[in-house]
Design a protein around this ligand. Structure first.
Ligand code: PLP
Length: 366
């Protein structure tokens, strides 16, 4: 199928990336990491595309982060240093990890002796070595060892067991969601907690070579957290409504939109577009403003309701009255889950479609 050359010809709903904005986002983060001497290991769950991972690596990324084995398999085609920020527990997972090309350096984040032993057993049997980062809970309360003694015990086991190599610690500050100008107290707490873990490991001769952290909302404050050696932002490549609402990017930095067509204006106060929950996702905004997305060029117009294939634009705060067939571009609340709903993304310069790529690492199958 021939790619449409201009946005007006693209069938909707469609995932569209403004390439100039994306490149600026990539450059900004790469510049910050370099300036702060932090390794940048972007989380590829946001774009799930080897083409975009290559763009990140070309800008100096030390490697990539993945959340699934499928992502690891896809990213291995362009990257030889992969952090799986998820314990590979369950049938076939370690097996698939060990089947990655031999030149790929693999590191896994985990927080249990069970996960460690499963990996060590299979890796030793296969004559491989898998790197291990001990996952710390620094306030998100999702995963992570709860205290320094547990971190020391797990790190010691990783040192001792054949098939695995202890490489350091990792954490995810996903609980720090305040506006960027109000994050300092949470980051100071995190800094103190992290220092306690590092000191305990140090005392036991287990000083972490890698201290991996970072997220998009906290990215540009990473230098305030002592001991960090690398950051793993993912969302920053595209940004989204949530990121803009927290002040971690400007509205004009949102590179990804869902292109949609107005299909109905019959009901007063609203217009209906052909992008519903199956194009945008039903993620709530974690900040004031509500709705499931907002128009890129009319931020006051939000998506107030969703069916699977219908998005309801709220027209009560605007004089704009769209006509049937008019095209709009919607910035989703959470870009990573929207990207994951699309087979293909188009890259545009202005209104011209200049490239496209598949969201190759979707799903879980090999
Ligand atoms: C373990 C881990 N690291 C890094 C990230 C990237 O954070 P962000 O989406 O804020 O860029 C995520 C996001 O879910 C994550 O789960």
């Amino acid at each position: 199928m021939l790619e449409p050359r201009v946005l007006d010809e693209v069938p909707t709903p469609a995932a569209v990336v403004d390439l100039a904005r994306m490149r600026a986002n990539l450059d900004r983060m790469a510049g910050y990491a370099a300036q702060q001497s932090l390794a940048l290991r972007p989380h590829t769950k946001t774009h799930k595309s080897p083409e975009l991972a290559r763009e990140q690596l070309q800008r100096g990324a030390a490697g990539v982060t993945v959340a699934t084995i499928r992502e690891a398999e896809v990213m291995a085609s362009v990257c030889h240093d992969i952090l799986l920020a998820y314990p590979p527990v369950g049938p076939g997972k370690v097996e698939r990890l060990l089947a990655l090309p031999a030149h790929v350096r693999i590191t896994v984040a985990l927080d249990s002796r069970e996960a460690l032993e499963m990996i060590a057993r299979d890796a030793a049997r296969a004559g491989h070595e898998v790197g291990v980062l001990i996952e710390l809970d620094l306030g998100m309360h999702r995963v992570g060892v709860q205290d320094a003694a547990a971190a020391v015990a797990l790190a010691r086991s990783a040192e001792d067991l054949e098939g695995v190599a202890y490489r350091g610690v990792t954490f995810y500050p996903g609980h720090v969601r305040e506006p960027v100008d109000q994050q300092a107290p949470a980051l100071a707490r995190l800094d103190e907690d992290l220092a306690r873990f590092i000191e305990a490991l140090d005392r036991e001769g287990l000083a972490p070579g890698t201290v991996s952290g970072g997220s998009t909302p906290t990215a540009f404050a990473s230098h305030t957290v002592g001991g960090l050696t690398e950051i793993r932002p993912g969302t920053y490549i595209f940004n989204d409504r949530t990121t803009a609402e927290t002040g971690a990017c400007a509205w004009e930095d949102c590179a990804y939109t869902v292109l949609a067509t107005v299909v109905s204006t019959a009901v007063r106060g609203q217009a209906v577009v052909d992008a519903g929950s199956k194009a945008l996702t039903r993620e709530e905004l974690r900040a004031a403003g509500g709705g499931f997305g907002a128009l890129a060029d009319r931020r006051e117009v939000t998506v107030k309701g969703l069916s699977e294939e219908h998005g309801l634009l709220d027209l009560t705060s605007t004089d704009w009255r769209p006509r049937i067939g008019e095209r709009v571009r919607i910035v989703p609340n959470h870009v990573c889950v929207s990207v994951n709903l699309h087979d293909r993304v188009r890259g545009v310069e202005g209104d011209e479609v200049v490239t496209g790529w598949s969201v190759a690492a979707r799903g879980w199958a090999p």
